[in-house]
Write a protein that binds this ligand. Sequence first.
Ligand code: ZN
Length: 118
Amino acid sequence: MYGSQREHASNPQQGYAARNGSPETETQFGLSLPSTPASLPSKPDLAFPARRKVIFVHGCFWHSHACKAGLIPKSNRDFSLPKLRQNKARDRKNLEALSLLGWDALVIWQCELKDGTA
Ligand SMILES: [Zn+2]
């Protein structure tokens, strides 16, 4: 049993998929779900409009996670650094904008998903 709450979460399993790192999660990378409100200031990987919650699944490299996968190869710095800085600034802006609108945002890192399936 997942608990007694049966409100209007249209598909509660999406949330569990993200946490468990099941194959379903992978198909959602880079796709915007139909349930994502068009008015949001960004494109979360998962959105739960009834609860005003969104979840981002971030790739460690492109979003500069402080983990092994987030390291920048020396040979590629000229190309990567400006782009990574832009990504980081955009991430921060998105989260700020969402919280101003009253949305709760959760960031899940790709490396966390991998750990979860070990
Ligand atoms: Zn990571």
